[in-house]
Design a protein around this ligand. Structure first.
Ligand code: SF4
Length: 437
């Protein structure tokens, strides 16, 4: 729990502003590893934070009681998990983090709806801490700069460890070995990120060391690589594609049926938000403003941290390289969904699908909550994309908590990708270790 008392007036101000005294701040799993590391970043400023425990049937039951069915599926999951945590941990011990944003989708309404439902249930005293890029995260007060930087590093570490997990697990010889190494690495990196009262430089050095140890750990997992496994790019709505409860752990199901997944990362979204901010300022004729200068400097720092952290895994992601810039993804999407008019995950999913095809993917799965406009739009676009990509299989999988025949559908999809893999013209670049080098 957040410190009973603190001698740091800046921290006390933050704790008082959000009513966090004596409480643990819970973050929804998006994915588990990402929220685990973000919670570590929050602990670095002295606020106790943790990821919500794994969702279960009670999540759906409690979420279902306070939603009508018109809300997005991620909202039902988040709501249900928050209520479950209140019941399990006690209303006096918990607080929740719920970011918000302006934009074309229903995410901007989550905060208001969750707050009003908690109030209706008599939980007016349970705090919800919110942050938004719209005010430069000023709600975090004087900690905003250092916390945002640490949180960005947490995002990069999450992406690195997720990449490592997904490129290793399908080939492991001991079932569960990669998951164990992943968890161990999360804990190691989390400890480095959560260190209190250390400089940015020192935290970066500790995080780099932890990532280097993680690389060595993953390198010791016994594996046998196999070129016949189709590589499946996984794109889609950001919560549902990363929250394994929401998507019935689709990635693992693909692996169990003989595929390997490349999951679109979280950093991509952060870069997209940054790029949108830049474009908005230019459109408003505000190129030479303090706001744009601040954004420019922040972007430089983000690039520098990203380079420093990815550097610890240099040479390990051959064939799985991310685009040099999110602009590359946006430009690939442009003939189908111009990013100047369309917004959000639909643009990124379309562009990333094309990017992954260029890297040698054998198929694309787009994960979408049922009724989410992202999946509805991309499903309409994909037939054209597919024709342009030599017929590579692309399929949208919708989720609302009531899946049936998912394993069968994945099996059919993988058969299509295997056929495509045998006839495709785009060559996948395999890392040398695939051939035992
Ligand atoms: S992207 Fe779709 S599911 Fe996600 S918050 Fe927006 S409308 Fe809801």
């Amino acid at each position: 729990m957040s410190e009973a008392t603190t001698t740091d007036p800046k921290l006390q101000k933050l704790i008082d502003a959000f009513g966090l005294q004596g409480r643990t701040l819970y973050l929804p799993q998006m994915p588990y590893g990402g929220s685990y590391l973000l919670a570590a970043a929050i602990r670095s400023i002295g606020v106790e934070a943790a990821t919500t425990t794994d969702s279960d049937a009670r999540t759906l039951e409690l979420g279902g009681k306070v939603t009508s069915g018109d809300e997005c599926y991620p909202q039902k999951i988040t709501m249900g998990d928050f209520l479950r945590i209140i019941e399990d941990e006690g209303r006096d011990n918990v607080a929740f983090l719920m970011p918000t944003a302006n934009g074309p989708c229903r995410f901007g309404q989550y905060l208001t709806l969750i707050r009003s439902k908690l109030d209706e249930l008599g939980y007016e005293d349970v705090p919800i801490m919110t942050i938004t890029s719209n005010d430069g995260y000023s709600s975090i007060g004087e900690y905003s700069q250092s916390l945002i930087r640490t949180a960005w590093r947490a995002v990069i570490c999450q992406d690195i460890l997720m990449k490592a997990l997904l490129k290793t697990r399908p080939y492991e010889l001991e079932r569960g070995a990669t998951d164990a190494v992943y968890q161990e690495s999360l804990e190691d990196v989390g400890e480095a990120i959560s260190a209190v009262k250390v400089s940015d430089k020192e935290r970066l050095a500790r995080t780099r060391d932890a990532l280097t140890r993680s690389r060595e750990r993953f390198g010791r997992v016994p594996v046998r690589y196999d070129r016949t496994r189709p590589l499946i790019g996984v794109v889609g709505e950001i919560f549902c594609r990363h929250n394994t409860f929401s998507n019935f752990d689709l990635v693992r199901l693909v692996e169990e049926q003989g595929g390997e997944c490349w999951l679109a990362d979280i950093g991509e979204w952060v870069w997209y938000v940054d790029d949108e901010h830049r474009r908005r300022l230019l459109d408003q004729g505000r190129r030479y403003t303090g706001e744009n200068l601040g954004r420019y400097i922040r972007t430089k720092v983000m690039h520098s941290d990203e380079k420093a952290l990815y550097g610890t895994w240099e040479g390990e992601f051959i064939g799985y390289e991310e685009p040099h810039s999110v602009r590359e993804v946006l430009e690939l999407s442009k003939p189908y969904l111009p990013y100047t008019g369309a917004l959000g995950e639909m643009v990124l999913s379309t562009g990333k699908s094309i990017y992954m095809h260029k890297k040698g993917a054998d198929g694309i799965i787009d994960i979408s909550p049922f009724t989410c406009m992202n999946g509805i739009v991309t499903e309409a676009i994909y037939p054209s994309v597919q024709r342009a990509l030599d017929g590579m299989p692309i399929r949208v999988f919708y989720f609302d908590g009531t899946q049936s025949d998912l394993e069968r559908d994945i099996g059919i999809f993988l058969e299509l990708t295997r056929t495509y893999q045998r006839r495709k013209k785009t060559v996948r670049r395999y890392p040398a270790y695939f051939d035992g080098e």
